[in-house]
Design a protein around this ligand. Sequence first.
Ligand code: FES
Ligand code: FES
Length: 206
Amino acid sequence: MADDRPRKPESESGVTRRDFMKISAVGAAVPVVLGTVMDAAAEEAPVQGPGKVPVTLQVNGKKLSAQLEPRVTLLDALRENFDLTGAKRVCDRGACGACTVLLDGKPVYACSVLAIDAQGREITTIEALAEGDSLSPIMQAYVAHDAQQCGFCTPGFIVATTIFLHTFPSPTPEQIRHGLSGNFCRCGTYDGIRAVALASGRGKQS
Ligand code: FES
Ligand code: FES
């Protein structure tokens, strides 16, 4: 049966057959354009690895170089290649904070940063926080407040506490709880650790 309903001219429907063909042609071209952009990006950032590549890190004011596979974490590079074993590998998955180091002055989990990505940044480990052969006041406060048992979490906590007290020189108990919540202590020494932060914030380490 013939459809004798009046038809809208193409120009009234908003999109003519010619427009439709143009839109389709552009749509088909998008993947090509995106592919070109992605190819250009790939050319700018050459793929590294999987074999070893030269990596240079700025750690505690010194340049340290090694040949590392790109998959190596900052934590493993520090511990296995540069003999800086203060940062501890406990969970190795960014959950406990035992591996905390400073990257450009900010605390990070070294187990969750690739060594090649840390190039060009200033890395500070617990080794640099001591004052020569002496403990820093915050380290002394950890001892005075009996704020460790097995000690595995302690270096990460001390790095976190040190940078936390720079930001909050006179913290409240709530700020301490929140500010140090990225570090876990399986031995449960939290009361001692909070006492350290409170006493240090008041200018008293013991
Ligand atoms: S070892 Fe890095 S967060 Fe636990
Ligand atoms: S002192 Fe043992 S995990 Fe904190």
